[in-house]
Design a protein. Structure first.
Lengths: 80, 403
């Protein structure tokens, strides 16, 4: 089992290079509204996360993962 | 009241800014007259068509037209019904027989469009708890088929066998899996490494669907598509295709040897809940499909045209979507929207129609001038086309790498 805090911290590291506006990242940071990621960047981020934990994040699940916190929850659950 | 259309304000503004710069709208072309598979009159000007997907030039084939007229006389203008109620005529069955013969399969189902064929087959085959594994650059109809269904959607990097294998490995062994591939990807005209992909998909216990919309008619010994040329026919579970490209009319289909395939007619919503194709359309399709079985000369000329255009555009210095002519689609990669539209318009003013393609239809945010060849383009027309590309780029002062 992967620790939720560990997952969250690693996700922050993966997001850092694409945080072009340099905003402060938190549990409530929204991918669409705060980070303003385009669809290609989202796809790369999803692939990086899948590779990091060797998991599958189905495309249809993504609309429900609006914030960094929600993403960390989903990844922690999938790696359990 | 919230204006529901206000979500499109950014796109409306972008389009208006483009039109205000004095260019024509590349997405509002009207064909006033169509002279042949390769020529039309647009804005009063005789224009060579190089963006129709009318690969085999069947739209004006005399036998095809005669079959359509005869069916119109004998069976009327439309069926006004679903395939499962009053909308299956003898012509629909004959069309399915022609498909079975063309593909050498036990079963064939005709849909009202190619879009609906993918929508129906993908959404019906993969249900809740199953996985659809698709190429990132898949056609919108495949994505929409996924969204209509309840399966989990897993996407792999375009044409990457390694990424496909990795993604399949992560899925539960016991889960149902449908791998969806396309023979030819229509934006850049590149073909899929089907031999390797099929091997990887089979090893993972997946069923395989191949969309041959842009491969039917001129790939493989019988013209069945890229999968036939790749020698993997026995491992493909479902082939989806369209009548609106090489066949030269409109409609879609799926063929298969699966013993339970016919049940799709009862459970596939885009098949059940829509009107069937008009009798004239299925008659033209059946006639065209049968003629495509014996079209070796046309195939050869289409390939010759494609290779000549590819080489010619390369020699002119254009950046192309593929290293060699892999299909009958030759995509010219342009630097930005403005240059693309100006080039597109300059070509049109000279008498050449090509497709302009832009995101989100294109991969990686690309702007393209997409050319698709026809077996009926003469050698002289290909020369004229190359001449117009040269003249247009001079007229707008576009040189590859400088704009």
């Amino acid at each position: 089992m992967t620790d939720r805090a560990e997952v969250y911290n690693r996700i922050l590291e993966l997001i850092a290079p694409i945080n072009k506006k340099g905003i402060t990242l938190s549990e409530d940071t929204s991918f669409a509204n705060d980070l303003e990621l385009d669809s290609l960047t989202v796809m790369d981020l999803v692939a990086a996360i899948e590779d990091e934990w060797d998991i599958t994040l189905p495309l249809n699940m993504l609309p429900d993962l609006e914030t960094i916190g929600q993403l960390a929850d989903a990844v922690a659950k999938l790696t359990r | 009241m919230t204006d529901l259309l206000s979500k499109f304000d950014a796109l409306i503004a972008e389009r208006q800014a483009l039109l205000d710069s004095g260019v024509r709208d590349p997405f509002s072309i009207v064909m006033d007259e169509v002279k042949s598979p390769t020529e039309a009159v647009i804005n009063g000007k005789r224009t060579i068509l190089l963006g129709t997907y009318n690969y085999m030039g069947m739209t004006f084939d005399p036998d095809v037209i005669a079959a359509g007229k005869d069916a119109l006389d004998r069976f009327g203008a439309g069926t006004t019904g679903s395939r499962v109620l009053n909308g299956t005529y003898q012509g629909h069955k004959e069309c399915e027989e022609a498909l079975k013969e063309f593909y050498g399969t036990e079963h064939a189902i005709v849909f009202s469009t190619g879009y609906q064929a993918n929508l129906g087959v993908v959404s019906t085959l993969a249900g809740k708890g199953d996985y659809v594994v698709l190429d990132a650059d898949s056609h919108a109809s495949i994505y929409d088929g996924c969204y209509l269904g309840n399966a989990d959607i897993v996407r792999f990097k375009h044409n990457s066998v390694e990424d496909l294998e990795k993604r399949l490995r992560r899925l539960p062994a016991e889960a149902g899996k449908l791998v969806v591939l396309e023979g030819v990807y229509s934006m850049l005209g590149d073909i899929a490494p089907l031999k390797e992909m099929v091997a990887v998909a089979k090893a993972a216990g997946a069923m395989i669907l191949v969309d041959e919309a842009h491969g039917m008619g001129f790939f493989g010994e019988h013209g069945r598509g890229v999968f036939e040329e790749a020698g993997v026919s026995d491992d493909i579970d479902f082939v989806v295709g369209t009548f609106s490209k090489s066949v030269g009319t409109v409609g879609g289909f799926c063929v298969s040897n699966h013993p339970k395939f016919e049940v799709l007619r009862l459970v596939c919503r885009p098949y059940v809940f829509t009107a069937s194709l008009p009798p004239s359309v299925v008659a033209t399709a059946a006639t065209s499909i049968r003629k495509l079985m014996h079209a070796a000369d046309k195939r050869a000329h289409l390939w010759k045209n494609s290779r000549r255009l590819h080489q010619g555009l390369r020699d002119l210095g254009f950046s192309l979507g593929t290293e060699t002519a892999q299909s009958a689609i030759i995509a010219v990669i342009m630097p930005d929207q403005m240059t693309t539209v100006r080039m597109w318009q300059a070509l049109l003013e000279l008498g050449l129609y090509v497709n302009m393609a832009r995101p989100p239809a294109t991969p990686a945010g690309m702007f393209l001038l997409r050319c698709s060849l026809c077996a009926e383009h003469s050698d002289d027309q290909v020369d004229d086309i190359l001449g117009m590309f040269k003249a247009a780029s001079e007229a707008i002062g576009y040189r590859q790498g400088t704009s």
